[in-house]
Design a protein around this ligand. Structure first.
Ligand code: ATP
Ligand code: MG
Length: 432
């Protein structure tokens, strides 16, 4: 990962090579503003961890000695937008163009009540690292790339060990969300076997999970779902009696495993990205009501709820023997996005159930996805007013005629244009 430096008490352990995200103009102006009067700042958490693994950086967290009010002043003085996100907890967000930087004053916990820890600001980097959750999340990196690693996170990262900073029982007692974070980070960074002390602490405190808000549980589940193989971690959670407390409806582990495999391996064309909501739908074993209940519990938006219910408890599933007109009928009914979801889920379901794919079937599923890509929404080229213009009075008969012409248009694979459709309409009206 990096060239190691000789050990010293609290000095750097190595140096990251130049990083695009650190050299970016946005990052440089924020660092320049924060250090204008000599303060020492360091990158911390996810960006350091992911840079060490050469993974893409999502958001940038920065730690500083300065108290939040001073951070606000320094940013504003440099002409940058500063938002007092959580000023009491020491967090200020700097916004430069589209980039967001979370700047947090070094803290140490003095008392903790669940997530509402009473914190004090400190100038001690090690104390700040000690209140972070996992060793791999407690590393700092100076603007020059120097890595500081007070809890041996580097070795854990290399070995795929997700380890709590301090005693797992106590750290989960302080904040039970860390229990879910453990499985989320294990899914993304861990290699078996998982840390035994952590698992024992998770199992012992799983009963506290229902005290968490739906939003926070949802955030962790969605992030877990984005891991390469979420199914095996959900199975681990089930074994530790954790899953029953947050997602008892998750039972279709095989379907989720295959869906993730299809998405990750690009067996499906590359533009089909891993989708956490689709993955959630894949693992649920539910009817419509139960799917809606999961969505309500996780506080999903209306759009997400509709999509989850439509995926987890569909009225009809695509099947690989569907011909082109049948695929287009389904596309017309539910739209390309929903159809694509259902093709992937049906494909995963079938592969999970049969264990192997009959010859030619992969090709047929891909053809269905091609239809979805090629689909452009179409509208029936005639309307109620056309029927009335032919002399039919307002009333239920209009609806019957429209249904009939719709069926005719569908049977013709949506090819008929307005002219042909009007002709057909005349025939229908004349016939009655
Ligand atoms: P990502 O942003 O990729 O999900 P991250 O490590 O940046 O991962 P965040 O949730 O953004 O995770 O938190 C930033 C850092 O804050 C973490 O790396 C960790 O050091 C600390 N942290 C966040 N939540 C907690 C918590 N509940 N308990 C202790 N430390 C936490
Ligand atoms: Mg982060």
């Amino acid at each position: 990962m990096i060239d190691k430096l000789p050990p010293s008490a609290d000095g750097p352990v190595g140096q990251l090579p130049p990083q695009d995200w650190m050299q970016a103009a946005e990052t440089r102006v924020v660092i320049a503003a924060l250090t204008a009067e000599g303060a020492e700042v360091r990158f911390v958490g996810g960006c350091v961890r992911d840079a060490l693994l050469h993974r893409p950086i999502r958001d940038i967290d920065i730690a500083t000695h300065d108290p939040p009010e001073r951070v606000m002043t320094l940013l504003e003085r440099a002409g940058l937008r500063a938002i007092p996100t959580g000023i009491a907890h020491g967090t200020v967000t700097a916004v430069v163009h589209k980039a967001h930087f979370e700047i947090t004053t070094l803290r140490c916990d003095v008392e903790t009540f669940g997530r509402h820890a009473r914190v004090e600001f400190t100038s001690d980097w090690a104390a700040d690292a000690a209140r972070r959750d996992f060793t791999i999340n407690a590393m700092f990196c100076g603007p020059d790339g120097m890595i500081f690693d007070p809890f041996d996170g580097l070795a854990d990262l290399g070995a795929g060990r997700v380890r709590f900073v301090g005693d797992p029982m106590q750290r989960i007692e302080e904040d039970v969300l860390r229990l879910l974070r453990f499985f989320r980070f294990y899914a993304h960074y861990g290699r078996p076997p998982p840390d035994t002390a952590a698992l024992a602490a998770c199992r012992a405190q799983a009963h506290k999970l229902p005290t968490l808000s739906g939003e926070r549980v949802c955030g962790e589940i969605m992030k877990l779902m984005q891991a390469p193989d979420p199914a095996s971690v959900l199975l681990l959670m089930q074994g530790e009696r954790v899953l029953a407390e947050v997602l008892p409806e998750a039972r279709a582990f095989g379907r989720l495993r295959i869906l993730a495999f299809l998405e990750e391996r690009g067996v499906v064309r590359p533009h089909i990205a891993p989708d956490p909501l689709r993955r959630l739908a894949a693992v649920l074993d539910v009817d419509r009501d139960a799917a809606a209940a999961v969505a309500a519990r996780l506080k999903l938006s209306n759009a997400q709820t509709h999509r989850l219910v439509a995926m987890a408890a569909p009225e009809r599933m695509p099947d690989p023997t569907m011909d082109a007109p049948a695929a287009r009928r389904a596309l017309h009914r539910i739209g390309a996005e929903r159809f694509r979801d259902l093709v992937l889920l049906a494909w995963a379901e079938r592969k999970a159930a049969t264990g192997r794919t009959p010859p030619g079937e992969t090709e047929r599923w891909n053809v269905l996805l091609d239809h979805a890509d090629a689909w452009a929404p179409v509208n029936l080229p005639v309307h109620g007013r056309d029927v009335m213009a032919l002399g039919l009075p307002r009333g239920p008969k209009i609806g019957t005629v429209l249904d009939e012409i719709h069926r005719w248009w569908e049977d013709g694979d949506y090819r008929a244009g307005r002219k042909e459709a009007l002709e057909r309409l005349r025939e229908l009206v004349a016939r009655d």
